[in-house]
Design a protein around this ligand. Structure first.
Ligand SMILES: C[S@@+](CC[C@H](N)C(=O)[O-])C[C@H]1O[C@@H](n2cnc3c(N)ncnc32)[C@H](O)[C@@H]1O
Length: 208
């Protein structure tokens, strides 16, 4: 698996870590303009750290669903092209606006990812959807936003088992989420995100 252009392994305090070039956002270490991408703080960072083939190459157009205050999407906007960041909670979106102030390719959208028609007039066709919404109905969110993904595009999705059902075995939850997702996507890879994130599954898929 090759890392996207603009993502490198650098040394921070004697240890190697992924990094991107940009203004710091969440107190991460910075060396020579490179910001440490902390995998414990970012599901996409954990995917890249674990060698998951996200299909991200650098410079692509991205739709990011569940941006929160911008921890992960700030790294994405450091190496990608135009990056649309959807978040429906007002408080983290305020922080996200500050993050976007330092990044001219990052476009925050205070929108509900379950209602893509509310931002369809803004978002152009994208090469990649990155999703981390940690809410019930994670597969439905990915299906609703498939309309934005180019035919050869990729979905990189983090599924949080406890957001679907706290009582069930996470593996059973993941099987159900993938079965729902298959209505619109072909699954290319599934991978648990331990040790960085417990009971989370990385899913890489392409549109059918
Ligand atoms: C786990 S956090 C995201 C963390 C972020 N991806 C990161 O790594 O920096 C999940 C976020 O998804 C947002 N979210 C959940 N459901 C959503 C929806 N339907 N539309 C938009 N955002 C949503 C939550 O408000 C929360 O900020």
């Amino acid at each position: 698996m090759t890392l996207p252009d603009g993502v490198e392994r650098r040394r921070f305090d004697g240890a190697e870590s992924l990094a991107t070039q940009g203004e710091p956002v969440y107190g991460e270490s910075v060396e020579d303009g490179w910001r440490r991408w902390v995998p414990e703080r970012s599901k996409l960072g954990a995917m890249l750290e674990l060698g998951v083939d996200t299909g991200l190459t650098g410079g692509e157009t991205v739709l990011y669903l569940g941006a929160a205050s911008g921890t992960t999407v700030s790294h994405v906007a450091d190496f990608a092209g135009p990056t649309y960041a959807v978040e429906f909670a007002a408080r983290p979106t305020r922080d996200l606006l500050d993050v976007a102030g330092d990044r001219d390719r990052l476009f925050p959208l205070l929108k509900d990812a379950r209602a893509p028609e509310t931002y369809a007039h803004v978002v152009e066709p994208v090469d990649a959807i990155v999703q981390d919404v940690a809410t019930r109905g994670q597969a439905d969110v990915a299906l609703a936003n498939r309309r934005f993904l180019k035919d050869d595009g990729r979905l990189s999705m983090a599924v949080k088992a406890r957001s679907e059902d706290v009582t069930r075995d996470p593996e059973d939850v993941f099987d159900d989420v993938l079965e729902t997702l298959e209505a619109g996507y072909e699954i290319l890879e599934r991978r648990r995100l331990e040790p960085y994130h417990d009971d989370h599954l990385a899913v890489i898929a392409r549109p059918r």
